[in-house]
Design a protein around this ligand. Structure first.
Ligand code: CUA
Length: 316
């Protein structure tokens, strides 16, 4: 399956299956701490069981030594080792990567992710999805206009908050090609649950092709159904909130829809990306995604909704 075929909304999203350098580092530390705690727990259980036997008589000097070794020396050595192993990982995770020709930023909107690529060939936006080249470290600038979100792609890296009034940074370095699902990890309101961000890691050549395709304007609608859908789109005022590059639609409140037909999902993970998904989304937006700012277009006829869905699906 290629990274861009239609799919269900479920997908790989586990910190226990790392596919990025930072996630691998966190995973390794987690395993050391987990198994270390298990061993300590077993030793403490053993000592507790031993306490049920009649206590042997030790001279006070031996008892004092036991308390000093078990209560002071062992914890100091263990915690110091943990610091020595854990602390050097922090600067490596905060390393934003070398400045490249492509600048990437993500804005946490209510409730979707605005992704912006600034490239030598121009700047473009897309929603709820970004692509990265495998084996390269890419820094992402994070902002939020309204509330605090937290971006987490468990297979690739740790979390980073998006805080109004500040710019934070997260670097991703995928080591395996694939699709990885990210989520918002900080409660941010009515549709916090429906805030997926897909990260597609591609080999360099495929990434360059992806970038060129995403930077290009939308394809013209093909066939009478999609042409009717295009007319419905413009007559219904969709362009007031959405941009479709290459047409008169230039709104910036909602996600850029130039290539929406090729996205991994509809509504930031709410529905699969297919004509039925678009039709259901357009007619029941508010019910599907609580507090969403986009109104439901249930006033449109079923024929108009199908045509609109065909047009949007055709925006590949
Ligand atoms: Cu955005 Cu929770």
């Amino acid at each position: 399956m290629t990274p861009f075929t239609a799919l269900s909304c479920a997908g790989p999203q586990s910190a226990l299956a790392p596919a990025g350098r930072d996630a691998a580092s966190i995973h390794e530390l987690t395993l050391w701490m987990g198994f270390g705690s298990l061993i300590l727990w077993a030793i403490v259980l053993g000592l507790m069981a031993r306490a049920f036997w009649p206590a042997p008589a030790h001279p006070p000097r031996v008892e004092n030594a036991l308390v000093l070794v078990g209560g002071v020396a062992v914890p100091v050595v263990l915690l110091t080792t943990l610091l020595i192993v854990g602390l050097p990982r922090l600067p490596r995770m905060l390393d934003p990567g070398p400045p490249g020709p492509v600048r990437l930023s993500v804005v946490g909107e209510l409730w979707w992710w605005r992704v912006r690529y600034e490239t030598p060939r121009g700047t473009f936006e897309l929603g709820n999805e970004l692509a990265l080249p495998v084996g390269e470290r890419v820094g992402i600038a994070l902002t939020s206009p309204e509330v605090i979100h937290s971006l987490w792609v468990p297979s690739l890296a740790g979390k980073m908050d998006l805080v109004p009034g500040r710019t934070t940074a997260l670097a991703l370095e995928p080591t395996l090609a694939g699709r990885y699902r990210g989520a918002c990890a900080e409660f941010c309101g009515g549709s916090h649950t429906w805030m997926d961000l897909w990260v597609v890691a591609l080999p360099r050549a495929e990434f360059d092709a992806w970038l060129a395709r995403e930077a290009s304007p939308a394809a013209a609608p093909v066939g009478p159904e999609a042409e009717r859908g295009s007319a419905v789109f413009h007559a219904s005022g969709c362009g007031g909130c959405h941009t479709v590059r290459g047409t008169s639609a230039a709104g910036t409140i909602g996600p850029d829809l130039t290539h929406v037909g090729s996205r991994q999902s509809i509504g930031a993970g709410r529905l699969p990306n297919d004509p039925d998904g678009f039709r259901v989304w357009l007619a029941h937006t508010g019910a599907l995604k609580p507090d969403v700012r986009m109104p439901s277009f249930d006033m449109l006829s079923d024929g108009d909704l199908r045509a609109l869905a065909a047009y949007l699906e055709g925006l590949q």
